[in-house]
Design a protein around this ligand. Structure first.
Ligand code: ADP
Length: 451
């Protein structure tokens, strides 16, 4: 039962909006780009088939306003809405509101987002489906410190307190010993209440030297699921990914294959539809689930490169009601791909660097892909995320992909604002990063001069 999507509203901005517009063009779908007043003159708005300014710069009154976006979609006669990543992409009410208005939401149903968006219920669902998880205490921890202290002892120290509604690396606190527990619980709960409107927290053993490895899945919601391999996203700062790659160096294929099978089964069990990511920590040869992202991820292009598979177009086809057109056996990765996230920020202090780009020259050449909404003259607003581009390099081997990335970064010229491109360039010369397989703490240790 196909839905015949002809017009799609993009409920996002920046590079992912451009990426979705490209997928629309490929499939002959008309794109409608919403924007805030701050983005009105941005090229990503003009490049869509239609555009509509829906509110002021503040995201709360534009990109995060469900009512305005659904009203805009109705006004423009859209028959589908793509939420991108961030903003409302993992908001169950948004998915429900879009479907209730008779349009297709490009992503899972509200109920599935609700279940997987709450990290406690996601973890419980995964445990039921047989997916390995980090040992911890998932009981909805509205209970006080006295009742949690014995649970914390069972989990063992160091442990990490995590907000059930947390995201974007926020709402987490590491506790090294029992006497820190009370204060840390109170602080994390309060932070979670303010940031996510939900103070629930849970406890997890804190892994000291894990890697972050995630699986990309695509499900049609009709019982068919494929797993498009893994990505290694261990290079992080403040729990935010900086460089991602696929495949993950040095992890035995049979371990990945076994995990993929378990995750496919879990997807069927939860009635998953669309693209999604199972995130794991990998330590001492063991995978442990941390969370599921029910949307397209920033780092999806590394998977697209090695599989030659357009994930965003696939999202649209699945939302259109198509059955999966490839089987797991037909998928074969080729070579290695890396992605560097380019942010408008000072490469030393990490302070945002908004302003006008006075010169912009992108790298080109074989195996080099740039995803961006920027060009010479673009104004980088302080209102939104500082990511201005992603450079993706693909080659037959990891070493060649790194060399290609170094050349691409050398050829990349941005003037008028500061970017973290020089930091990326420096990181790629690091012997540990060149070798691969570093843990999630490596980058911060290096930046602080501890390695
Ligand atoms: P978010 O939703 O905010 O991205 P995640 O649960 O995905 O939060 O965790 C983000 C990052 O935090 C992980 O990639 C990892 O670096 C770190 N982290 C999360 N849980 C643990 C843990 N139990 N032990 C050690 N590090 C962790």
């Amino acid at each position: 039962m196909t839905r015949n999507i002809k017009k799609l509203l993009i409920a996002n901005r920046g590079e992912i909006a451009v990426r979705i517009q490209r997928a629309c063009r490929k499939l002959g779908i008309q794109s409608i780009q919403i924007c805030s007043q701050a983005d009105r003159d941005a090229p990503f708005v003009a490049s869509a088939d239609e555009n509509l300014c829906i509110g002021p710069a503040s995201a709360g009154q534009s990109y995060l306003d469900i009512h305005r976006i659904v009203a805009a979609a109705r006004l423009c006669n859209a028959d589908a809405v793509h939420p991108g990543y961030g903003f409302l992409s993992e908001n169950a009410e948004f998915s429900d509101a879009v479907e209730a208005a008779g349009m297709a939401f490009v992503g899972p149903t509200g109920d599935v987002i609700r279940k997987m968006g709450d990290k406690i219920s996601a973890k419980k669902a995964m445990l039921t489906a047989g997916v390995p998880c980090i040992p911890g205490y998932e009981g909805h921890a509205t209970s006080n410190t006295d009742t949690l202290a014995p649970e914390a002892e069972k989990v063992g120290y160091p442990l990490i307190i995590k907000a059930a509604a947390g995201g974007g690396g926020r709402g987490m606190r590491v506790v090294h010993e029992a006497q820190e527990l009370g204060t840390a619980l109170a602080q994390t709960r309060e932070e979670a209440r303010l940031a996510f409107g939900n103070p629930s927290v849970y406890l997890e053993r804190y892994l000291e030297h894990p890697r972050h490895v995630e699986l990309q899945i695509l499900a049609d919601g009709q019982g068919n699921v494929i797993v498009l391999g893994e990505r290694d996203c261990s290079l992080q700062r403040r729990h935010q990914k900086i460089i991602e790659e696929a495949p993950a160096p040095g992890i035995p294929r049979d371990k990945i294959d076994a995990l993929s099978k378990t995750c496919s089964t879990a997807c069927r069990a939860i009635g998953y539809r669309g693209a999604g990511t199972f995130e794991f920590l990998y330590e001492d040869g063991i995978f442990s689930f941390i969370e599921m992202n029910t949307r397209i991820q920033v780092e999806h292009p590394v998977t697209e490169e090695i599989y030659g598979f357009d994930l965003v177009a696939a999202q649209l086809r699945v939302a259109n009601g198509e059955q999966l057109w490839v089987t797991q056996d037909e998928l074969a990765p080729r070579g290695h791909a890396l992605e560097c996230r380019i942010n408008a920020e000072d490469p030393g202090t990490f302070m945002p660097s908004p302003g006008t780009i006075t010169k912009w020259i992108e790298p080109t050449g074989e195996g080099v892909r740039v995803e961006t909404h920027c060009c010479t003259g673009s104004v980088i607003s302080a209102h939104y995320d500082s990511m201005i581009a992603k450079i993706i390099c693909h080659a037959d081997t990891r070493i060649e992909a790194i060399d290609r990335m170094k050349a691409a970064l050398d050829a990349f010229t941005v003037e008028g604002i500061a970017t973290n491109a020089p930091l990326h360039r420096r990181l790629l010369d690091d012997p540990v990063i060149s070798k691969g397989g570093m843990d999630i703490h490596y980058l911060e240790a290096k930046l602080e001069g501890r390695t």
